[in-house]
Design a protein around this ligand. Sequence first.
Ligand code: BDP
Length: 718
Amino acid sequence: MKYLQSTFLIFVLFILPASAETGYELWLRYNKIQNPELLNSYLGQIKAFNVIGTSATHDVIKNELSLGLSGLLGQPFEPSTNDDASLLAGLSDEPSIVKYLSESELKQIGKEGYLVKSVSQKEKSRFLITAKDPAGLLYGTFHFLKLLQTHQNLASINVLENPKVDIRILNHWDNLDRTSERGYAGFSIWDWHKLPDYLDQRYIDYARANASIGLNATVLTNVNANALVLTPAYLEKVKALADLFRPYGIKVYLTARFSAPIEIGGLDTADPLNKEVIKWWEEKVQEIYRYIPDFGGFLVKANSEGQPGPQNYDRSHAEGANMMGDALKPFGGVVMWRAFVYSSEEPDDRAKQAYTEFNPLDGTFRSNVLVQVKNGAIDFQPREPFHPLFGAMPKTPVMMEFQITQEYLGQATQLVYLAPMWKECLDADTYVNGKGSTVSKVIDGSLHDYSITGIAGVANTGTDINWTGHPFAQANWYAFGLLAWNPEQTADQIAEDWIRMTYSNDPKTIATIKDMMMNSWEASVNYMTPLGLHHLMGTGHHYGPAPWVSNLSRADWTPVYYHKADAFGVGFDRSESGSNAVNQYSPEVVKIFNSKDKVPEKFLLWFHHVRWDFEMNSGRTLWNELAFRYQDGVNAVRKMQGQWQSIKPQIDENRYRSVQMLLNIQEKEAIWWKDASLSYFQTFSKQPIPDAVEPPTKSLEYYQSLRFPFAPGIRPSW
Ligand code: BDP
């Protein structure tokens, strides 16, 4: 491992010309600090480092400090064994560390938490990184390096951090054939065919990247699961990855296909109450733990979009989840049972179905079962109100599922920084225990005293050299980790640190890129689905606009089901006079969402069917406002193009050109969304495009004729 890392370092430092940034290093670039004053000051303060103690994680820490300090400070740093070194890293019970710690500091450091501080003794000052467990020590190490990467003053540094959420996990929708459902950055990074013997350097760098942002878990396989991953041939491969990730504090989880007892077990049922089935899962779990003693558990998509589940046997979600929970319990494993369900027979509003099915089950799940809920009730749309299940299951740990991969948010051709969207959801007030009952307090367990908490992000990694396709999509991976660690952090601060580490510490560059990022999500909502519109994307691949599609096998897969445009107006009536989905929220929230006049305009058409001439806050009619919003979105992309151009000299040529070309694509796509959507909605509103809005350049028939049979990320069977 050491060999692999130093080879990589040599490659990065000496072979690539300074300007050829591929993006492979993510935010862990460790390029030499260019400001001589700052560099000298750091060199004066950090002369040697000593990692006290031994474990595989300690070795990782030594490697990372060598790599980071040598790169950033421009001279070789090797671990020293001197207790007097200016940087000491060690667990808090090491004698040479504990002497620097106060009782209260010791008390405050929790599981996986850390303390980074400067101390002075006998007129000598030094830095301390400490924690109660090796994972915390590794997180503290990355924090220390980040201070240097972001050019912070180290003089009186004192940072005490504890994660607010227990399970901080990536969900890879990766298939065993290496395709990645909704992946836009190449193939899956798991090379199943060559595992377990070939250990790609990417696995190590993936683990480093995750540990650097506090992620401690990963589900390797797609929620649309293949039971084969639970067979010995694959478990050996999973074990190889788990062994590699362990020193980085990362636990491995798998998706469990509910019908596995039939498919790989030779049983004729998967009924969760059947004795044979129960025994099969118990034995399967025992087998898995023989390979991977710290296996995390299962993620399950059941009775959703054609996946098998307990309802095939007239059993409830709880009965299915509990059966697996019981099997995992003796080993400390958990079940993450997804609430993304909508039945094929159910004629009701799809937005209501998860709540309808899961809310009555509250209190019936085993203690090691978490219910995993998407941020909104439909499906990772550009903007959704928070899911009504948050706050509605006080006796069941409800965990968050965000989508990092940009299935509905520009895929890998658009710059869309997702942290503001996630924050809108996390900061939303459910009012379940009165004002201030935010979604983040549900998720971090503080509202209902959950015994276990979690937050999942559907990963956006792939084999592209820069991991994520769009260089700025890296920021979404980064931001997810930071928000999983502490949902209270701001999108702004996260963006700033990411920019400093990934691009530059130059104030103008930071300000410019930050402005681009912070406005990018609102822009994308405007040019795709403004004012609460949703699910208007192309069929299957979800690439581009297709609001006219009306003829799929299920009504609730069609855009017309969601926008309901007609001669009167547009929007889905989920108010009390419509599907009444609004009633799944607390009364205080109902009051706001149920009223056309009180609902924030961003959710207007989510909850209401609104007349084309309804007067909006701007004084415009709904039709005109819609047109303005589409234009606003396009204008915002043009602004980003100009901003990017204005910092050209500060950005390396590779990444500059790449982002520039992608922004040009984004502009085209934004115009396409505006033109196709307005041309289509105009057939109902029968009103002219307002003067300030650029009229569509092609006919509606043209937009309707576009086909993208090979758009990326599509599930092969769809
Ligand atoms: C939808 C995706 C589909 C996933 C599904 C899920 O289009 O590929 O399988 O979510 O979350 O957004 O299960």
